[in-house]
Design a protein around this ligand. Structure first.
Ligand SMILES: [Zn+2]
Length: 90
């Protein structure tokens, strides 16, 4: 019900915050060069892209846990999603 009211009011930023950060928001890491998801260990500050190797340019992108689960399921079926990153703008 709350989601429907927010969508009806056209408040996309608030809807994004409610559905992402206040729900199941998580960060995924994507390589700018090739668009594949990167392997990250934040506690050891290790960032790696298997495609680009040491030339990787990795960005952190806000997403949801459900989307991350979908990408993992697709990867397990040998369907690797790639992403095209654009600068953040309002
Ligand atoms: Zn890469």
């Amino acid at each position: 019900m709350e989601k429907d009211v927010l969508i009806a009011q056209g408040s996309s930023r608030t809807t994004d915050e409610k559905m992402g950060a206040h729900s199941d928001g998580t960060d995924i890491y994507i390589c700018h060069n090739c668009g594949h998801r990167a392997i990250v260990n934040e506690s050891l500050c290790k960032y790696k892209c298997f495609i680009c190797g040491p030339r990787a340019n990795i960005a952190r992108v806000s997403s949801t846990w459900v989307a991350n689960l979908l990408f993992n399921e697709m990867s397990s079926m040998c369907v690797e999603p790639t992403f095209e990153l654009e600068p953040f703008s309002y």
